[in-house]
Design a protein around this ligand. Structure first.
Ligand SMILES: NC(=O)c1ccc[n+]([C@@H]2O[C@H](COP(=O)([O-])OP(=O)(O)OC[C@H]3O[C@@H](n4cnc5c(N)ncnc54)[C@H](OP(=O)(O)O)[C@@H]3O)[C@@H](O)[C@H]2O)c1
Length: 325
């Protein structure tokens, strides 16, 4: 494993981190979840990412993680960075969603209980709340850190302007923002439009989620939709979004990956890590072999200028039909 510094902080994160959004819920196979976490840690993945509402049902990924922690990881607590978040709907009524101080601190207390932890390493505001003053949401993160429930504060899904504002408020409070968690992959490149610049200037790290575009950037869908895939569930990844246009791009990218001696999943992970402003690629997995495959990306992180241009052309839909076979 390689470890990269998060912005201008003291914390290094593994270049590849594992997220528990899917496949760690109460409905999932416990021993499979456990095997993926154990394999990840054995490969040097020291960072596991959770949120209050990961499951299903909501909260159950944290419960699963708590059980596995007690069985396997407690002796290694100081070798781990564990994060959780609040910001999306979690419980009924006006206090279980968005960005109030009431919600964020109550949710963090619930998360700690479910995982059986005294503190998390990073506590995130999961998304900006347009109706709560940012001072209130950031004040809650500051309290989380000062009260010892979290070591560091982070934000997710904030745009460039909101990020600059949040970073300033947190700095003025004396709790610097450690990290931002944006969505970033070959298919979703929004952070290149200003967010990465703000993070670099402010010395804040970034851990990019869904670097495989939920599995699209792999060989998973080249021969249809497998019954055990995320798209088969047709909820977070929709079947209708895997049209011929997208498949043509995936095939062409798969070809370039092959020429680099990589699977497409490996190339997708390597591609986000080509930017030094990206601290860690936050992947999800449904089986142990995917953990191995994603970590194997580290064997080739270098891209030639020609490869990057070809990839850009494919993504823009301007590549020649020969490479889109
Ligand atoms: N902050 C936020 O708002 C936010 C939002 C979303 C996610 N996240 C975080 O980011 C993490 C990762 O998100 P994600 O699961 O969407 O990431 P992803 O890595 O883009 O997609 C993961 C899915 O891709 C497939 N896959 C993974 N490795 C593969 C491989 N080597 N070969 C073929 N297929 C492979 C698997 O799909 P199958 O299940 O089909 O096998 C897996 O479930 C989450 O767990 C969460 O921690 C944060």
């Amino acid at each position: 494993m390689q470890y990269r510094r998060s912005g201008r902080s003291g914390i290094k994160l593994p270049a590849i981190s594992l997220g528990l959004w899917h496949n760690f819920g109460g409905v999932d196979n416990f021993e499979n979840s456990r095997a993926m976490l154990r394999r990840a840690f054995d490969l040097g993945i020291t960072h596991f990412d959770l949120a209050n509402n990961y499951g299903p049902p909501y909260g159950s990924a944290e419960e699963t993680f708590g059980q596995i922690l007690r069985k396997d990881f407690l002796p290694y607590r100081d070798e781990l960075i564990i994060s959780t978040k609040a910001g999306w709907d979690m419980w009924p009524g006006p206090y279980g969603d968005l960005g109030s101080r009431k919600y964020l601190l109550a949710s963090l207390d619930q998360s700690l209980k479910r995982m059986g932890l005294e503190y998390v390493d990073i506590f995130y505001h999961h998304r900006p709340d347009p109706d709560t003053p940012m001072e209130e949401s950031m004040g809650a993160l500051d309290t989380a850190v000062r009260s010892g429930r979290a070591l560091y504060a982070g934000i997710s899904a904030y745009n460039a302007k909101q990020t600059a504002e949040a970073v300033k408020i947190l700095r003025d409070l004396g709790t610097p923002c450690l990290i931002h968690q944006p969505k970033y992959s070959m298919f979703v490149r929004d952070p290149e439009q200003g967010l990465f610049d703000v993070l670099e200037k402010e010395g804040v790290g970034s851990i990019v989620f869904s670097p495989l575009a939920q599995g699209l950037l792999s060989d998973r869908y080249l021969k249809g939709i497998p019954s055990d895939s995320r798209a088969a569930r047709d909820f977070f990844l929709k079947k209708k979004d895997i049209g011929e246009d997208k498949l043509a791009k995936i095939r062409a990218l798969n070809e370039i990956a092959g020429q680099r001696g990589q699977t497409l999943a490996e190339m997708a992970v390597a591609w986000v890590l080509r930017d030094p402003r990206v601290t860690s690629a936050l992947v999800g997995t449904s089986k142990v072999s995917q953990v191995d495959d994603n970590v194997a990306a580290l064997k080739n992180l270098k891209f030639s200028a020609e490869e990057l241009t070809k990839i850009d052309d494919i993504l823009a839909g301007t590549h020649s039909s020969q490479s889109a076979r």
